[in-house]
Design a protein around this ligand. Structure first.
Ligand SMILES: Nc1ncnc2c1ncn2[C@@H]1O[C@H](COP(=O)(O)OP(=O)(O)OP(=O)(O)O)[C@@H](O)[C@H]1O
Ligand SMILES: [Mg+2]
Length: 313
């Protein structure tokens, strides 16, 4: 388990991480989510002793990382997949890791197989690796010592869709076997699909945390997108209940909670083929919570280019 207690890190007058506290539990994947510059990497660097905190502390399994003997056997870390000697081959990097941790050489082949780096690729130097290959090697390195805790900064960076799916499965399995996983991302969809718990950070401060369900609980939207086999019939039924309805795409937009639409459809025995909340759910929540920390404030978005007639549509 990872415990972050009142962690603050300042650089001069600038506060990169501001009184951050959270816990990552064994058997759970915890997603650490926030816009660029929010303080994710800084927090993770403090976790593994690469950056000193200004105040507060982080413990892993009750110990400071620096106090853990042979830490690679307990904590797998991937912060920057390029932060390896560029002239070494993938196999050499893993072999050095295995020797440092006192692991048998066979572990290197096992890990290369697990991350699908073939023999030829393993013999290539890191400087000639593609971004995704570096990332795979980094994941292999993190898992080398069969640790019980994983700390991964943007692990999906550079992976292709199949690679992202593979990593998702890998981390879920790892947590199912009792491992603790903390992974960061600035991409909500990436985290949403894999994390059991989410911690949202903006400008160095935690702005929300909890399970996906808990985070969404307070954001019940009051509009639904719905498609029925007979949209006209559904529109009439909804209007009869006083709900405002408008055509939208292949279906309707109803100004009420999705559950109300479902209820009306059930009462009238209308077959629905699609029903969902019209709000962006987590994405809206994420954007609103980190609004003042986003670089792209809505007002600053460049407007659409004017048309030939000089009028914006
Ligand atoms: N050594 C340093 N000196 C000065 N400022 C720093 C230093 N390290 C980080 N910062 C600042 O701290 C803030 C947080 O940076 P951090 O790398 O933790 O963000 P992040 O959440 O990982 O962002 P990203 O999604 O872009 O990776 C940034 O404004 C960054 O410029
Ligand atoms: Mg970062």
């Amino acid at each position: 388990m990872i415990t972050v207690e009142s962690l603050t890190r300042r650089y001069g007058a600038f506060t990169a991480v501001d009184d951050v506290s959270f816990v990552c539990q064994p058997g759970r994947v915890t997603g650490f989510l926030g816009p660029n510059g929010a303080g994710k990497t800084t927090t993770m660097r403090v976790m593994v002793g690469l950056t000193q905190p200004t105040s507060g502390r982080v413990t892993i399994g009750g110990h400071r990382y620096a106090d853990i003997p042979n830490p690679g056997r307990h904590v797998g870390v991937l912060l920057d997949a390029s932060a390896q000697h560029a002239g070494r081959t993938g196999r050499e990097i893993l072999t050095i890791g295995a020797e440092t941790m006192g692991l048998p050489k066979s572990r290197v082949d096992e890990m290369l197989r697990m991350v699908s780096l073939d023999d030829r690729e393993a013999k290539r130097r890191l400087k000639n690796y593609s971004l995704g290959m570096k990332q795979r090697l980094g994941i292999a390195h993190a898992l080398l010592g069969d640790p019980s805790v994983l700390i991964l900064d943007e692990p999906a960076n550079g992976l292709d869709p199949a690679g992202i799916r593979w990593m998702r499965g890998l981390l879920k399995d790892y947590a199912d076997r009792g491992g603790t996983v903390l992974l960061s991302s600035h991409l909500l969809h990436e985290v949403e699909q894999i994390a059991d718990e989410m911690i949202l950070i903006g400008r160095g401060r935690i702005v929300a945390s909890g399970t996906k369900e808990q985070l969404l609980a307070g954001t019940e939207t009051k509009a639904a997108h719905v498609t029925a086999l007979d949209n006209d019939l559904l529109a009439k039924a909804l209007q009869a209940k006083g709900v405002t309805v408008a055509a939208a795409g292949t279906g309707l937009r109803a100004e009420c909670a999705p559950v109300e639409v479902g209820r009306v459809a059930a009462e009238q025995a209308i077959v629905l083929t699609d029903l969902r909340s019209a709000g962006g759910g987590l994405e809206d929540l994420f954007l609103s919570l980190t609004e003042d920390t986003q670089r792209e404030a809505p007002a600053q978005t460049p407007s659409a280019p004017a048309t030939a007639e000089g009028t914006a549509r």
